[in-house]
Structures are given as structure tokens and as C-alpha cells.
Design a protein around this ligand. Structure first.
Ligand code: DC
Length: 218
């Protein structure tokens, strides 16, 4: 069974997806980490993230795997390298090339195999797993997402800087030629702006359980 959640950066997808996966005993798969991994690999090679051909080359030559929930490139665990400011901004640019997206989409599907998964990203409900049995779209205002991110970070970037970064990433994620962020017709829309993580989890789990019960009754 596939539970897929899409939505803009910072609306709580990862946190909720991880908790829901734990609760249901499903495997958690964060598709953004794959784009972050390619971006990190490219930066490490001294590559220019605006040069599509060289990014594509990196994606073709980098083997991505997931070991105990951590992302590895060519067998090396890089999970703790994926959330730097550099990777944050450049992943959105790197993930804009449809050719590179096709490679990542294949990798994600391979890793998912035939497991029961909770996955999240920008196009998991529309492109990667269009046949997912449960689809969700999470949303929240840019201001609320920036506030949450600043609170998570503690010391670090200012609210204004984070808000600006979020707006730029939103703009880029919504205007991709392929895999642009959009609401799938059959997705359950949840505005997380004024909900706690627990409340969002409960909504998701309740929808998933009703789908599971419906299947069992058939
Ligand atoms: O969810 P995230 O912030 O970790 O994602 C990192 C980047 O990858 C983000 O800029 C959007 C992009 N992405 C994407 O284009 N498609 C996905 N399915 C997941 C993420």
C-alpha cells in the first residue's frame, strides 16, 4: 500500500509521514532526500548546480540507496549532510530538469519496491506514485512555515531570510516543467496552519485506516 503526501516546503510532511509510518508499521520514504543527495554529490564534485548537463551527469553516476532509513550515495551515509543552506536552495534548482527527475523517479520506485510505504515530496501523488491508494496534499501559509522553521533551527537564519528562501523555493517548485507541485484531483487537502502535528497525524491515519478497512471488506 502506498500513502503519498505532497505539499510545499515546511508544511510538516516529513514529520507527519515519519510518525504515520511508525504508527502503521509502514516504511517511510522521503523523496526530497533523493534530490538533496544528488545536489550534495554535485556540490562535493565542485559542480555548478545551474548547469543542467553536469547535474544530470552526477545523477547518472551516483548510486543512491537507503540503509536503515538513511540516504547513502555510493554506499556512504550522507543523511546528516542534506540540510545545509547550500543544499536547501540548490536542490530546488537541481530538481528542475525533467531528465534528472526521470532518473530520481526510477530510483525512488526501485527503493519502494513492493513495500507498504508512506512517502512524501512534491510529485509523489501525481508522477511518482499516481496509483497510490491514499493521497494527501498538505498546505500552510509561507509565514507560518517560516515561523516553524525558525523555531526548529533555534539560532541561525532570521525570519526574513527563511521566509524569502521559502518563497523562492515555492516559486521554483510550482513552476517546474515536469513534477511541479500541484494538488492531485483525488488527494485529501489538509491545511496544517493551525493544527498540531498530532492532529494532522490523526487525520491521515484515520483516512488510511478507512481505506484499509474498505479493502478488507471487499
Ligand atoms: O522536501 P524537501 O525540501 O526535502 O525537497 C528538497 C527539494 O527537492 C525541494 O526543492 C523540492 C524537490 N523535490 C521535488 O522536486 N520533488 C519531490 N518529489 C521531492 C522534492
Amino acid at each position: 500500500m502506498i500513502v503519498a503526501i505532497d505539499g510545499p516546503a515546511g508544511c510538516g510532511k516529513s514529520t507527519v509521514a515519519r510518525l504515520v509510518a511508525d504508527e502503521l508499521g509502514f516504511y517511510f520514504l522521503n523523496t526530497g532526500s533523493f534530490y538533496r543527495a544528488v545536489t550534495y554529490a554535485h556540490i562535493m564534485r565542485g559542480g555548478d548546480c545551474h548547469d543542467r548537463d553536469s547535474c544530470l551527469e552526477t545523477a547518472r553516476n551516483t548510486h543512491i540507496s537507503v540503509v536503515d532509513g538513511d540516504i547513502c550515495i555510493d554506499g556512504i551515509d550522507i543523511e546528516d549532510k542534506l540540510h545545509t543552506r547550500d543544499v536547501d536552495m540548490n536542490a530546488s534548482i537541481v530538481s528542475s530538469d525533467p531528465r534528472l527527475r526521470a532518473i530520481v523517479t526510477d530510483e525512488v520506485r526501485k527503493v519502494a519496491g513492493s513495500m507498504d510505504i508512506v512517502t512524501e515530496g512534491r510529485d509523489t501523488t501525481t508522477v511518482i506514485f499516481p496509483d497510490a491508494q491514499c493521497k494527501f496534499y498538505f498546505d500552510a501559509s509561507a509565514e507560518i512555515r517560516a515561523t516553524r522553521r525558525v523555531e526548529q533551527q533555534g539560532e541561525g537564519q532570521s525570519y526574513e531570510e527563511v521566509l524569502d528562501l521559502i518563497r523562492r523555493r515555492d516559486e521554483n517548485d510550482r513552476n517546474k516543467e515536469v513534477g511541479a507541485l500541484r494538488i492531485a484531483e483525488d488527494a485529501v487537502y489538509i491545511d496544517t496552519s493551525h493544527l498540531t502535528i498530532r492532529e494532522v497525524c490523526e487525520k491521515v491515519v484515520s483516512v488510511v485506516r478507512s481505506v484499509i478497512d474498505g479493502r478488507a471488506a471487499k
